[in-house]
Design a protein around this ligand. Structure first.
Ligand code: HEC
Ligand code: HEC
Length: 254
């Protein structure tokens, strides 16, 4: 019993001694926590906000690799900045700008976007190639897209995109419900090198896809979207779902 006061006395002594190591009890230099909106270190910002979906080192995540020099050579830096600030509606890519309901300052968004390009981009990587444009120039032709899919995609994703031995199903409504048309186009152009998905040049060796073929394939995939994805009994749920979606998008617009 009488060991307890002894123990606590030495504990107090220890605390006193360690407090003495910093003069007059001031916090050590650099030990003050930084307010979340004052973090401007790329690595920290990326790890806290992006890594969960785009992978720890910009690859290997559920969403596309950002550490893909082919992607960074094709996407316009302003377009990327805009996506980070405002998100992509209807997908899991959230808006980060405070003006769009996010938590990051404009400066932080600049640090992240320019950091992605300066760290992971490689200047000149697409020199002497004739890369497709980032955004589609036309609406695309669904029928031609189906043919292009057979030529360039079915060998891995299976006939009609129902899944094959080398790659997953991509024409099912649940997958298509979570990806935008630009998201599809980006994947077709840049591939997913971290998952061994080829870019627009590598689907059929020696036969790069034309810009138009890419646009058409996306049009075909997009034509497979349904209003109530994942609903086997869509007729009865349709009205309710549309109602819910309507309210939801009204809220998003506010
Ligand atoms: C919750 C998951 C999630 C988080 C967190 C996330 N992203 Fe995304 N991001 C996505 C998805 C999904 C897409 C594809 C959206 C689509 O279909 O167009 C995407 C798309 C993008 C694109 C555009 C790709 C294109 O097609 O050009 C950029 C750039 C991007 N994200 C950057 C970032 C950055 C930078 C961060 C961190 C500040 C971040 N993302 C955080 C899921 C996420
Ligand atoms: C050489 C095989 C191969 C070819 C050809 C190919 N892909 Fe892929 N693709 C993959 C692999 C591997 C993945 C990543 C793993 C997975 O989703 O199965 C992938 C992923 C994708 C994804 C993302 C799927 C997801 O779950 O995020 C899309 C979309 C896609 N491919 C579209 C296409 C389209 C469209 C074509 C034709 C223009 C095509 N791919 C041609 C192998 C291929």
């Amino acid at each position: 019993m009488n060991r307890i006061p002894y123990l606590s006395a030495s504990a107090i002594l220890l605390v006193l001694l360690s407090a003495c190591s910093t003069p007059s009890g001031q916090p050590q230099k650099g030990s003050e926590p930084v307010a979340p909106n004052e973090v401007v270190d790329f690595g920290t910002l990326y790890a806290q906000n992006c890594a969960a979906c785009h992978g720890a080192e910009g690859r290997g995540g559920a969403s596309i690799a950002l550490a893909n020099p082919v992607y960074l050579a094709i996407v316009d830096q302003n377009a990327a900045h805009n996506v980070v600030a405002n998100g992509v509606r209807g997908t899991s890519m959230p808006p980060f700008a405070q003006s769009a309901g996010g938590l990051l300052t404009d400066e932080q968004i600049n640090v992240i976007t320019s950091g992605v390009f300066s760290r992971w981009g490689r200047k000149g990587i697409l020199d002497r190639t004739n890369p497709p444009s980032y955004a589609a120039k036309t609406a695309g032709d669904v029928a031609r897209g189906e043919i292009a899919f057979g030529t360039y995609c079915a060998s891995c994703h299976g006939s009609e995109g129902r899944g094959g031995s080398k790659a997953s199903a991509i024409s099912n409504d649940s997958f298509l419900a979570l990806v935008s048309d630009q998201g599809l186009r980006t994947i077709v152009i840049t591939g997913r090198p971290d998952l061994r998905a080829p870019d627009w040049r590598g689907n059929v060796p020696g036969k790069p896809m034309s810009d138009q073929e890419i646009t058409d394939v996306v049009a075909w995939l997009s034509s497979r979207r349904v209003p109530s994805p994942g609903q086997p009994y869509s007729a009865s749920n349709d009205a309710q779902l549309h109602d819910a979606e309507h309210h939801h998008s009204e809220q998003m617009e506010k």
